[in-house]
Design a protein around this ligand. Sequence first.
Ligand SMILES: [Zn+2]
Length: 140
Amino acid sequence: MSEQGLCGTCGKSDDCLNTSLGWMCRPCFHTAMKADVKSGQRLYTLPEPGKKVFVVKEPPGTFITFNNILYAFDRKQEADEIAEGLRKAYGIPGAYVQQVDALEPMKYVLDHPSLKLLGIAERVEGKQTAGPGEVEAPAL
Ligand SMILES: [Zn+2]
């Protein structure tokens, strides 16, 4: 575990995330998310105590994931956009947004070894366009 705020991968101290693999800056984290994580290594961000996030679910309360990634949004706006897209374009009419404790999606991911968890603080301009079966990848 590296020093707080210092990326353990590239050594930069720029806005690092507290992850299951230690402190990691956002560029390194997203590179690692895209790469094949070696078996036994689970990559996810560790939530701050008491933090609430917005997740997208479908009845009766199942998390909706995209390409084996479960997104947890800091803001309701981004989660609402994803849920609306799912209802309109992807044939999931029951998709809905729920505010939960940040530990809930993390525990779910830990229970499902194929899944990764990605926290989304805020979607910025320049986002990618989603293809069939995909969700727009929020650029951080
Ligand atoms: Zn880094």
